[in-house]
Design a protein around this ligand. Sequence first.
Ligand SMILES: NC(=O)c1ccc[n+]([C@@H]2O[C@H](COP(=O)([O-])OP(=O)(O)OC[C@H]3O[C@@H](n4cnc5c(N)ncnc54)[C@H](OP(=O)(O)O)[C@@H]3O)[C@@H](O)[C@H]2O)c1
Length: 229
Amino acid sequence: MTTALITGANRGLGRHFAAELLARGATVYAAAREPASIDLPGARPVALDITDPDAVAAAAALAGDVDLLVNNAGISTGAPLLGDLDAVRAEMDVNFWGTLSMVRAFAPVLAANGGGAIVNVASALSWFAFPGSGAYAVSKAANWNMSNALRLELAGQGTQVTSVHLGLADTDMARGIDGPKADPVDVVRRTLDAVAAGDLEVVVDEWSAMVKASLAEDPRGFYARFLGA
Ligand SMILES: NC(=O)c1ccc[n+]([C@@H]2O[C@H](COP(=O)([O-])OP(=O)(O)OC[C@H]3O[C@@H](n4cnc5c(N)ncnc54)[C@H](OP(=O)(O)O)[C@@H]3O)[C@@H](O)[C@H]2O)c1
């Protein structure tokens, strides 16, 4: 049996993570900036903005029995790196700093509960960028390599760190974007099955697999589609 805390559990992938974990028999702390928006029977709502250090510390104190931390909360502003610097910083504040803050607060909790596991929901955009994705892509690249580094730093306490990569999923974040969208239920089930199997990375869809493979190639080939070369 697992005791999980999921950030951004009020909607999108986070709500699906919470629902699936409840269905699998876990105790679920469903964290959200507005806890009244948690509508899953059986879930324990937690007020949590991951950019608020006091709220992060309070969540770790409250949920001392957690052995699975799902860092799902994220934002996508569409800001280019040469655009509004506040928007660029906001993406890093949530997708990198907020996520790292959660890991730092919960690492001792996980250690006390046998090691457990951390899931960081990254993106296919950890591995590429397209016009208008600058801030988000950089924040998700940081999120991905944060997982790699944390995996090493937490190995001694037996904490597994799994990074999740997907192109588009059918949630509010992808509304208005054309392209094949993964069913959030499938994303969540594949991720939780992968964590149970001890996998360190979940490459959810073909697009993510393709962009990951492209890193071994000359970038002129991949980026020709955006540069019109
Ligand atoms: N959907 C996609 O196509 C896609 C693709 C690749 C990766 N992802 C990643 O998947 C994760 C979930 O995204 P989603 O598609 O479910 O997006 P979503 O529907 O927009 O939901 C985002 C969630 O994150 C929460 N959140 C944002 N900032 C927060 C903060 N400072 N503190 C706590 N919670 C915060 C939101 O809470 P509020 O309701 O309060 O705003 C919401 O619950 C994100 O990390 C995203 O980057 C999504």
